[in-house]
Design a protein around this ligand. Structure first.
Ligand code: 5GP
Length: 183
């Protein structure tokens, strides 16, 4: 049994996971894992903060070397959780991973004690409205995200908890409540 929790947060793009994670980090005692990815850097992102942005060759070398706790190919790019960081941080902190469902289910196999939390919007229409409201994505991309949403929701029974992000404060309070009940 590990004393600190490995908390895995998943949920569709646009559901507000990033905001929830920031709120949790403010309470202290949590370390956020920074993933590696082969996707290009977006405006406002920083290497080593948002992600470690690396090339496919380096990513594949890292896979071969067993450097990832989990990894997956998502929309044509690799994403992976650096194993060493997570193992080290778990000695002193609860660790949060913000990753998609396939990776989350891999983590659960390696760490059965990991706490899998899926964050969902109140409904599919609401998510579509949020994605459109961002104004950064084409209709085609939004359609792809909704397709992905259906896939992610189809995995929710494999998660330990499902939290609906209707209201940010309520969602954060629910997650804090889950964590408290497990410590
Ligand atoms: P984005 O490209 O929008 O930053 O992330 C796309 C998806 O990849 C999100 O669902 C995000 O949670 C997920 N993701 C980020 N890092 C990792 C990781 O290390 N492993 C896996 N499996 N998914 C990740």
């Amino acid at each position: 049994m590990m004393d600190n929790l490995l908390i895995v947060l998943s949920g569709p793009s646009g559901v507000g996971k990033g905001t929830i994670v920031n709120e949790l980090l403010k309470s202290g005692g949590f370390a956020l894992s920074v993933s590696c990815t082969t996707r290009g850097m977006r405006e406002g992102e920083k290497d080593g903060v948002s992600y470690f942005f690396i090339g496919r060759d380096e990513f594949e070398k890292n896979i071969a070397a067993g450097g990832f706790l989990e990894y997956s190919n998502h929309f044509g790019n690799y994403y992976g959780t650096p194993k060493a960081f997570v193992e080290k941080q778990l000695q002193t902190h609860n660790v949060i991973l913000e990753i998609e469902v396939d990776g989350a289910l891999q983590v659960k196999k390696v760490y059965p004690d990991a706490v899998l939390i899926m964050v969902l919007p109140p409904d599919r229409e609401e998510l579509a409205a949020r994605l459109r409201g961002r104004g950064t994505e084409s209709e085609e991309k939004i359609a792809k995200r909704l397709e992905r949403y259906d896939y992610e929701v189809s995995k929710k029974a494999e998660y330990d908890y499902v939290v609906v992000n209707d209201d940010l404060r309520t969602a954060v309070a629910s997650i804090r409540g889950i964590i408290k009940s497990l410590k």
